[in-house]
Ligand binder design. Structure first.
Ligand SMILES: [Mg+2]
Length: 306
């Protein structure tokens, strides 16, 4: 009797977890310097997920990157057999789920892909003019992404990136495609275009304007609903202005959400939900990126006694 009650309680707790985590990867989880994930962060992700806290990645990265940098280390760290992790990649265009057994099927929304001929021209442009600073990400299925080499200094990359972005935009025009460069400080300014260039601190993503962290958030809610899971509250975590779209979407759709900004130097916008930074954990201003992301994961473990 007691045992079956405990079983029922556990099932109920799994259906309505106290928190669900929706995590940008580059920045809060993976170091933007080394591009990999610290073992402590992997351990905390496994502990939270094992305790029934949904852990969902919402990234511009490819499924191949998530498999290598997050899935394989989590499985190696001893993820239990009944734990399911969802990964929404390429800003909502690609998604898959994994367990200790490995990845399930990879889903791709091909309608959201950049035309292949354009991608081919960008691959050629990078090879001919920009290969000293950046490389073409061959693992993307819907977006076109060009990323900084890890051994190139950030300021050198950022200067070269401006030239690349201008060339990439011009090639859009040659293909008869309508595109705009996303202004870091004015998301939504590209409303009339079909495609956008989104320059980040380590890459430029070229993508359909239908992609975004808000699309990823809606897919996250759907993936949990399909498992019968309705979280009581969400925590979204990111390092870019565009990551706020996760919390915007959840808040707009009546979910309880707080957003963690691990790189608040861009300025913290006014939002109708709570925004947390490392200062809320009594950490110094220079605790950013995965140091801040890791500190929040640890704080949630502690708060939930996991
Ligand atoms: Mg990021």
């Amino acid at each position: 009797m007691t045992q079956s009650l405990q079983g029922t309680d556990r099932t109920a707790a799994r259906a309505t977890p106290e928190l669900a985590l929706l995590l940008d990867v580059d920045g809060p989880i993976a170091s933007p310097v080394t591009r990999d994930v610290k073992p402590d962060i992997i351990a905390d992700l496994v502990a939270l997920a094992s305790a029934g806290i949904p852990v969902i990645f919402n990234t511009g990265r490819s499924d191949a990157f998530i498999s290598e940098q997050v899935m394989e280390p989590m499985i190696a760290a001893g993820m239990p057999a009944d734990t399911v992790i969802h990964a929404i990649c390429e800003k909502g265009a690609v998604w898959f789920s994994y367990t200790a057994e490995g990845p399930g099927p990879i889903h791709v929304d091909h309608q959201l892909a950049v035309p292949k001929a354009y991608g081919d021209d960008i691959r050629r442009l990078v090879a001919e003019d920009y290969s000293a600073h950046m490389f073409f990400d061959e693992t993307k299925r819907a977006m076109v992404s060009v990323e900084q080499h890890v051994d190139v200094a950030s300021e050198d990359y950022l200067a070269e990136q401006k030239l690349f972005d201008a060339d990439a935009l011009e090639i859009m025009g040659r293909h008869g495609l309508n595109a705009a460069i996303l202004d870091h400080h004015a998301p939504g300014s590209d409303d009339t275009a079909d495609y956008r260039l989104d320059p980040t601190i380590i890459s430029t993503d070229i993508e359909s304007v239908c992609l975004g962290k808000d699309l990823g958030a809606s897919r996250a809610v759907e993936l949990l609903a399909a498992q019968g899971i309705t979280p009581l509250a969400w925590r979204t975590v990111g390092d870019s202005r565009t990551d706020y779209a996760m919390a915007d979407w959840l808040h707009h759709n009546d979910h309880d959400v707080k957003h963690v900004d691990v790189r608040p130097a861009d300025g913290v916008p006014v939002k109708p939900y709570t925004i947390l930074t490392a200062a809320d954990l009594d950490l110094a201003d220079d605790v950013i990126h995965d140091d801040a992301g890791g500190a929040f994961l640890r704080s949630w473990r502690e708060a939930l006694s996991i």
